[in-house]
Design a protein around this ligand. Sequence first.
Ligand code: GUN
Length: 294
Amino acid sequence: MSDAKIIDGKAIAADVRAGVAKDVARLKAEHGFVPGLAVVLVGEDPASKVYVKNKAAQTVETGMLSFEHKLPAETAEADLLALVDKLNKDPAVNGILVQLPLPKHINSEKVLNAIDPDKDVDGFHPVNVGRLWIGARSLVPCTPTGSLILAKTVQENLSGLDAVVVGRSNIVGKPMASLLLAQSCTVTVCHSRTKDLPGVVRRADLVVAAVGIPEFVKGDWIKPGAIVIDVGINRVPKGDGKTKLVGDCDYESCAKVAGAITPVPGGVGPMTIACLLKNTVEAALIQKGLPALS
Ligand code: GUN
């Protein structure tokens, strides 16, 4: 069925975690400290609870300290801001992640902006967004970082490639565009108002699909041999009363044309937490005034 090389995100994420575990061991041996990650969950969103549990487990598996803060859904914004302030000041906490979405009565932007930029392992703080775009050392959002690592397993040098990013979110599309520009790609960012979207995507040597619409990108939009990175995770009905996960690309038709493609699940998904762990190490290094590792 599929001619494309299938990019094994699960295996590559395991490699990234192994690298993080090595870095953590080295920091402990050479500098006498162990990085710590605090994750804050407000409310009972079932998907968020699963993510937070996985984040904590993988943090501990790589040898780091995990601090979990679970707050009731009715927590006042001022109380959440007070917790963020406490974590900002806690020297054992090198990374802070406030799980989204937050309850509606809380202003998410205000909370995210209260996180110390050097502890902002999500890379969502405007200071980190700015640092990323000017090419300064910064904490970079995890999903685009993971997507770039996957693309580079297919082709290490992306310089000069035509890259098309479908989607312009602050979490994926925009930082992805910045990372690809830094790799010397010629970058086009597409969105719902783009004229002749299939025609634009067809020019791409590298496609990153991050629109949040199930199976949106079709095989006949893909240039033969292109690298396709599918960031989407959409739960859709399977027809038998059950559901399944699909990406933002129509996998079957895209895999027939692409040179390499990420599956859903098992592509970008597992990379996100692995990159969060990487960011926690990097945050600790930034705070200690140490250079980046590898
Ligand atoms: N909820 C879903 N994805 C994410 C993420 O990457 N970061 C945070 N903070 N919350 C999320």
